[in-house]
Structures are given as structure tokens and as C-alpha cells.
Write a protein that binds this ligand. Structure first.
Ligand SMILES: [Cu+2]
Length: 118
């Protein structure tokens, strides 16, 4: 009985994965993974294209820094909370070329840069 339940769970999981893969289709633009580690943001600089939507996926992997929420002032992203080990997505569409900062909400630290190209 228990084995059968396990087997059907495994089957469900394998059925679910094609759907997950389809979810990664470029509907919401590029996805960029940004980790928060003891060293700060990794990567610290991300290149984006003007006018193209991009989804930034922040994952905080440490409790040892003050980066527990993120601001991207030029994109009106404020206090995007980053729970430990949980990916948090935000989709932005940069409107002009240049450099946009992102940093911790509390003190403006982390020195992240979105480099927006034409
Ligand atoms: Cu800080």
C-alpha cells in the first residue's frame, strides 16, 4: 500500500517536470539568478537590454549580511523581502540605457549594478 503510494508520487513528479520545463519558456523575458552570499550579491553586475523584460531571481543563502531585502530605486522596487533560501522573483523592463543600482533596503549596501544596454 505504502509502496504503491510512493510509486504514484514518483509518477506524479515525473509528469510534473515537463510542465516545469515549459514554465521556463521566455515569456517573461530572461531570467537572471542573483544570489546573496557572505560576499554580497553574486553576481554584483548584471547586463540587461533596454526595453526587454527581465526577471531577476534573488536567493538569499546567508544570514550573515545585512542584505535581507532589496531596493532597485530606478525600477520602483522597494523592500523586496528575501526570506532565507527562498527564490524571490521580480520582473522589470528597464526604460533607458545606463546603470541602475540595487542594494540592501536597510542601508543601501551591496553595490549591485544593472547595466542597461541599448
Ligand atoms: Cu545594509
Amino acid at each position: 500500500m505504502r509502496l504503491a503510494a510512493l510509486a504514484s508520487l514518483t509518477l506524479l513528479a515525473s509528469l510534473a517536470s515537463p510542465a516545469l520545463a515549459a514554465d521556463k519558456a521566455p515569456a517573461a523575458g530572461r531570467k537572471v539568478q542573483i544570489k546573496v552570499t557572505d560576499a554580497g550579491f553574486e553576481p554584483r553586475e548584471v547586463k540587461l537590454k533596454k526595453g526587454e523584460p527581465a526577471t531577476l531571481v534573488f536567493t538569499r543563502l546567508t544570514d550573515a549580511t545585512c542584505i535581507k531585502a532589496v531596493d532597485i530605486p530606478d525600477e520602483n522596487v522597494k523592500k523586496l523581502e528575501l526570506p532565507l533560501d527562498k527564490p524571490v522573483s521580480v520582473t522589470i523592463t528597464p526604460k533607458k540605457a545606463g546603470v541602475e543600482a540595487f542594494h540592501c533596503s536597510a542601508m543601501g549596501m551591496g553595490n549591485g549594478k544593472l547595466i542597461v544596454e541599448n
